[in-house]
Each structure stands twice: as C-alpha cells, then as structure tokens.
Design a protein around this ligand. Structure first.
Ligand code: B1M
Length: 222
C-alpha cells in the first residue's frame, strides 16, 4: 500500500504535476507516513529520474523547470511537518545560501526547513550569492554556522572562493562552515577547508548540532 502512494508521488514529480504531487503528499501523510519517508521514497526518486532524463536528452529545460516546480509544491506541503517543533527551543543562528552562479534552491530550502524544525534561527541569503554578500552577512550577524549549497559541478569552485573570501575578510574564526549539494563529497569539503559536510538535510541537522557543540566547547576552553 505504501509503495503505491510512493510510486504515484514519483510519477507526479516526473510528469511535473504539482496538484497531484500535493494531493498524494496529503494522502501519504494522512496514512501516517513521515515527511522523511515521503521525501526519500516518493519525491527524491522522482526528481532524480528527471535529472537522468535530462542527462540523456529525453527531457529539456522546460520539463526540468516544471518538475522542479512540482517538487517545490510538494516540499511546501510537507513544510509544516519538516519544521514542526522548532519554536520550542533555540539551537543557534544559521546563515545559508546557494553559491554564486547556481540558482538551484530546493535542497537548500529543505535543509532550512529541517534546521528551523530543530530550533535553528535561519537567515537565507537565497541563490547565486556572491562572496561579498556572504562576508557582509557574517560580519553583521552573530551566526554560529554558514551553510553553502551547490548543485552544479561548475559552481563547486565558487564554494572555495566563498571560503577564501571569508578568510581574507578575517572572519574565518568567527564561524563554522558547512557544505552540501548533489556533487559535493566529504573529500571536497575537506579540500576547500569546510568544517562539515552533509549528504542530505537530515544529516545536515546532526552535523550542525555537532559543529555548534564544538563552538561551545571551544568557548568554554577559552
Ligand atoms: Co538543474 N541541473 N540545471 N535545474 N537540476 C541538475 C543539478 C543536473 C544534475 C541535471 C542533470 O544534468 N542530470 C545538472 C547539473 C550537472 C552537473 O553540474 N554535474 C543541472 C543543470 C545542467 C542545470 C542547468 C545548467 C541547465 C541549463 O540551463 N542548461 C541550469 C543551471 C542554472 C543555474 O543554476 N545557473 C539548471 C536549472 C534547473 C532548474 C532551474 C530548471 C531547476 C531548479 C529549480 C530550483 O531549484 N528552484 C533544476 C532542477 C530541478 C534540477 C534537478 C533535476 C533536481 C535538483 C533538485 O532540486 N533536487 C537536478 C538533477 C539532480 O539533482 N539529480 C538538476 C532535489 C533536492 C531535494 O536535492 O538539491 O541534491 P538536492 O539537495 C539535497 C542534498 O544534496 C542535500 O540535502 C538536500 C535534501 O536532502 N543538500 C545539502 C543540498 N544542499 C545542502 C546544503 C547543506 C547540506 C546538505 O549544508 C549547508
């Protein structure tokens, strides 16, 4: 039974049918499925398939866009579940954005929702964020962590540039830096000098908490 609804969700995303995606999300949640299960078993396989169809030339930009919109609509439907409970406590302050040159934001937005659901106060710089804007935000705000998202291999160097700009501005010791996004790996994160990497939004929450813990411990030692 649960496989049925997941398959319907996957197809709705592949076909870019936002209303169906929303209604199947409601149905799945109504049947007691968690937002995580709906995301991982219904929505993600759909959007991955869209990426594959685009890669082999069966889908073009319009299909990518329409499926992306159906994915966004479905994620918005899950938002109250993904960020439920966040207002009860304050974990820390998180700055997030997609790197310069990249306009993908669905994954970043899910990470934001999950962080909010776990008590983080999140400031979202949006997409295609230049290093200067990141540095200005870090200098002005009292953030614990800055998280970058990148979905394109060609924009991975922009993450490196952002970290270098943060260093150059003398702000590196002020903040922990995390990175994620489909082409990112732990090796890449280490190479550019990020403090943490997460493969998905659920892991991002755990990594953020562990980095915040380190910040606190360092403060206590100082
Ligand atoms: Co684009 N696109 N796209 N696209 N797109 C990809 C990424 C691609 C892999 C498709 C493909 O070819 N198979 C490919 C990149 C290839 C590469 O670089 N290796 C690609 C391309 C080429 C492009 C364009 C260049 C196409 C063109 O114009 N010819 C163009 C780029 C524009 C630009 O950015 N300058 C483009 C445009 C678009 C749309 C605008 C149409 C749309 C985005 C809509 C939007 O974001 N609002 C779109 C979409 C939808 C996709 C795919 C199909 C889906 C992306 C997505 O939302 N996934 C994608 C194929 C794919 O990813 N398989 C593709 C779902 C999302 C929940 O997953 O973002 O991975 P993801 O996030 C995950 C984790 O990665 C992680 O947690 C999230 C949730 O678990 N995570 C983090 C993400 N950020 C994190 C940050 C963290 C921690 C974890 O810490 C801070």
């Amino acid at each position: 039974m649960s496989n049925d609804i997941f398959e319907k969700l996957t197809s709705a995303i592949i076909e870019g049918k936002d209303k169906e995606a929303i209604s199947f999300c409601r149905e799945a949640v109504g049947k007691g499925m968690t937002a995580r299960a709906v995301l991982e078993n219904g929505l993600m396989p759909g959007i991955r398939k869209v990426g594959e169809l685009f890669s082999i030339g069966e889908y073009f930009l319009p299909e990518l866009l329409i499926s992306g919109m159906a994915m966004q609509a479905a994620v918005a439907e899950l938002e109250p579940l993904l960020n439920a409970g966040g207002s009860q406590f304050h974990t820390g302050k998180y700055l997030i954005g997609t790197v310069r040159g990249d306009i993908h934001d669905i994954g970043k937005n899910i990470v934001s929702m999950m962080l909010k659901g776990n008590g983080w106060e999140v400031t979202d710089l949006g997409v295609d964020v230049p290093p200067e804007k990141i540095c200005a935000a870090i200098a002005e705000g009292d953030y614990d962590i800055f998280g970058m998202s990148t979905l394109l291999t060609v924009t991975m160097p922009a993450a490196d540039e952002a970290i270098n700009a943060i260093r150059k501005a003398g702000l590196r010791d002020k903040i922990k830096i995390m990175i994620g996004g489909a082409p990112v790996t732990q090796e890449f994160a280490d190479k550019i000098g990020a403090d943490g990497y997460a493969k998905d939004a659920f892991e991002a929450v755990n990594v953020a908490v562990s980095l915040k813990g380190k910040t606190r411990r360092q403060e206590e030692r100082a």
